[in-house]
Design a protein around this ligand. Structure first.
Ligand code: SAH
Length: 243
């Protein structure tokens, strides 16, 4: 594993996790690679975000943007999008892809969420942080930083994996071993996050939870859809109260 090109010096980041994503980065935009699930869920999450917090004319931030699947899609609707990550290679791929797509209202930066929150408090109308909290040593600090980055009245969206026997079976045994949707070792069960934990961190950061959705997958049809079942993959939407 090569972590030389990742930023391992941030206290709230796991160098091995960043190295995993860097190693695979060149396949990020291949819809049939290990990133297929992210490509498939992207229209679903984008539609949900845009329904609750219409992106038109907005400043958006995507935290843990990776190769930029969501950031670039949001840029097609929003006024401007910033994508941040701590893995260098995925960011390089994201920048190249934006260049190829001719997307100009999109900026990528290698910076810790907490550091951007110091630099740009209350700057964004919409903050998204998808499939990232379960890879971070202290996810509650990321939630707190997102709460600082969003303006009063703005929206913050998180998605992650629930922690219970069913999610172990579906997200690890099913996705990594049986269906091989993801490489083995992509996820660590102990880092999964119950909705009750995530909503507590939101409350502690003065974000009020507005809505949540589950994300389900049918291995026979190979389709995803949003539902009310948050037992495995789920998303939550919260708001920073207006002042
Ligand atoms: N959010 C993107 C990518 C998810 S993959 C999407 O849903 O399409 C998880 C991403 O989180 C990887 O790009 C990884 O480098 C990033 N990541 C992991 N720990 C991080 C940290 N502490 N700070 C910022 N990004 C991090």
């Amino acid at each position: 594993m090569n972590s030389a090109d990742t930023t391992a010096t941030h206290s709230n980041a796991d160098a091995q996790e960043l190295a995993k994503f860097s190693e695979l980065a060149h396949r990020w935009w291949d819809p049939n690679s290990e990133f297929r699930p992210l490509h498939q869920i992207n229209p679903l999450r984008l539609a949900w975000i845009d329904e609750l917090a219409p992106l038109r004319g907005k400043q958006a931030l995507d935290v843990g943007c990776g190769g930029g699947i969501l950031a670039e899609a949001m840029a097609a609707k929003a006024e401007h999008v910033t994508g941040i990550d701590l893995a260098a290679r995925p960011l390089g791929v994201a920048r190249l892809h934006a260049l190829e797509s001719g997307v100009a209202n999109l900026e990528y930066r290698e910076i810790a969420t907490e550091a951007l929150a110091e630099e740009r408090p209350a700057r964004y109308d919409v903050v998204t942080c998808m499939e990232m909290l379960e890879h971070v040593p202290d996810p509650s600090a990321i939630v707190a930083a997102c709460a600082r980055l969003v303006r009063p009245g703005g929206w913050v969206f998180f998605s992650t994996l629930n922690r219970n026997p069913k999610s172990f079976l579906f997200a690890i045994v099913g996705a990594e071993y049986v269906l091989r949707l993801l490489p083995r070792g992509t996820h660590e069960y102990a880092r999964f996050i119950r909705p009750s934990e995530l909503t507590r961190w939101c409350r502690e950061s003065a974000l009020s939870v507005q809505a949540s959705r589950g994300m389900e997958y049918n291995p026979l049809t190979r389709r995803y859809w949003l539902s009310g079942d948050t037992s495995v993959n789920y998303l939550i939407a919260c708001r920073r109260p207006a002042e």
